[in-house]
Ligand binder design. Structure first.
Ligand SMILES: [Zn+2]
Length: 466
């Protein structure tokens, strides 16, 4: 399998350090608000990468952190306390808010059929390991103690800027020194921030405080996956400064760190960045109130993971149509052809080969989906043939389609609930008695349960709404 490594800028053959094991670290959510569809893109991309690596026989260890202490979390808690005019304890409220939004993102992620990571470390549970990491950086001269905390000395790292392909001189413009920061060089960044008395804090050799965001990931990834691991992933917005700084910290501590860096493109809404101030935030619950989780997943997979992606309700509707086409074909075969023997066929083999070739080429999901679509087109021509000669090929095509879609996390099987089955039976009886108006009313009831009926070729096919 070939993957595009941000660190080298090249598409490379993926070779893990300790096959068949693969270690994968993905930057997770900072829990200070509900998740929106922009957060989900990364979760879906790395879920599909993991599923595909597992299908290739690798044993993936997937770690995704939860950032549950951060300036944004403290700020949001202060706002909430002010809004509700509570004099509450800031420390306790920060934790309560972080746990509340963590529960919210977990419930959203669960609905999306995302494989749960093997470990989901919370930053606040690894503070002692971050302190050890910072002590190591101080001992090696890659960090120093300033007036308000501990800082990383960027100029100590010769390769700084390698990941984001920038040189220090060029970065200067984007850097600004915040008032009161005790750093020696504007490029340096905080490893440990001394806390104000009312803020959450942990004891450290440098006084009570909290860790910087970047040290969190360097410490947790190396503790859980080792000093050298295979893949580090995240959105392109994390390349600089977050991932550049994570890498610098690891190098400063003498650790080789991640070998392959994967970054997915960002999501816009109608061509604009999604933000609260623009009022265009699409929450996961908004999207799921209109379409199923499979449709939302397919929407992401219709674009290559590295490309930018624009969210519009029309495009989500297009994804629904694409999913419907796959589901409809499998349903037609299940209900019109039924079970029985299977027969291999060249177009099915070709679709499978094309699918795998696309996935192995830097996880090219749009091409992989195109291969599935071609299989459906072929399948329909078999469905149109008279007589039962094409039936074994159709069963084989539908089964293959289901297996390949499953590698993308897309379910094409459907259980028709008992209640819906009973309604269909009632409707058939009414139609046999030519009581068409009553039969139509039952169709409405079936639709309310989330199922559609289609009368084709003298048979009724039932399928869930997407
Ligand atoms: Zn991170």
């Amino acid at each position: 399998m070939r993957l595009t490594n941000t660190l080298t800028g090249k598409k490379e053959e993926f070779a893990p350090l300790h096959p068949p094991r693969v270690s994968l670290y993905v930057c997770g959510v900072t829990v200070y608000d509900d998740c929106h569809v922009g957060h989900i893109r990364g979760a879906v991309v790395f879920d599909v990468l993991r599923r595909y690596l597992e299908a290739l026989g690798f044993q993936v260890t997937h770690v995704r952190n939860v950032t549950d202490i951060d300036d944004k979390i403290i700020e949001r808690t202060r706002e909430e306390l002010k809004e509700t005019a509570q004099a509450g304890d800031l420390k306790a409220s920060v934790q309560e808010l972080a746990r509340r939004f963590e529960a919210s993102f977990r419930s959203d992620f669960k609905k999306l059929n995302l494989l749960p990571p093997h470990q989901e470390p919370r930053a606040t549970e690894f503070i002692d390991r971050m302190i050890v990491f910072i002590e190591m950086l101080l001992a090696r001269g890659a960090a120093y103690v300033g007036s308000d905390g501990v800082y990383f000395s960027v100029r100590k790292i010769e390769k700084y800027g390698a990941l984001s392909r920038q040189r220090l001189q060029e970065m200067r413009q984007g850097v600004r020194v915040e008032a009161g920061e005790g750093k020696k060089d504007p490029f340096d960044f905080a490893l440990w921030k001394r806390s104000k008395p009312e803020e959450p804090s942990w004891a450290s050799p440098w006084g009570p405080g909290r860790p910087g965001w970047h040290i969190e990931c360097s410490a947790m990834s190396t503790v859980l996956l080792g000093d050298a691991f295979d893949i580090h992933g995240g959105g392109q917005d994390l390349i600089f400064p977050h991932h550049e700084n994570e890498l610098a910290q690891a190098l400063g501590a003498g650790k080789p760190f991640a070998r392959v860096w994967l970054h997915h493109g960002l999501l816009t809404v109608n061509g604009q960045k999604m933000s609260k101030s623009l009022g265009n935030v699409v929450r996961i619950s908004d999207a799921l109130s209109r379409h199923s989780a499979e449709v939302l997943r397919l929407f992401f997979l219709l674009a290559h993971y590295r490309s930018p992606l624009d969210f519009t309700w029309e495009r989500l509707q297009e994804a629904a149509a694409a999913y419907e086409r796959l589901l409809d074909f499998v349903t037609q075969v299940e209900q019109r052809v039924g079970s029985g023997s299977e027969e291999a066929a060249e177009p099915v083999d070709r679709a499978r080969d094309d699918f795998h070739a696309a996935m192995a080429d830097d996880l090219n999901t749009p091409q992989a989906l195109a291969a599935l679509n071609r299989l459906v087109t072929q399948g329909h021509s078999w469905l149109d043939q008279k007589g039962g000669a094409a039936q074994p090929k159709l069963r084989h095509a539908a089964k293959t389609l289901g297996e390949l879609a499953g590698l993308l996390g897309l379910g094409l099987r459907q259980e028709i609930p008992r209640k819906v089955q009973d309604l269909i039976r009632q409707r058939d009886e009414l139609r046999n008695k030519k009581e068409f108006q009553a039969a139509d009313e039952i169709r409405g009831k079936i639709a309310e349960e989330g199922y559609l009926l289609e009368d084709t070729a003298g048979r009724t096919v039932v399928r869930r709404k997407v």
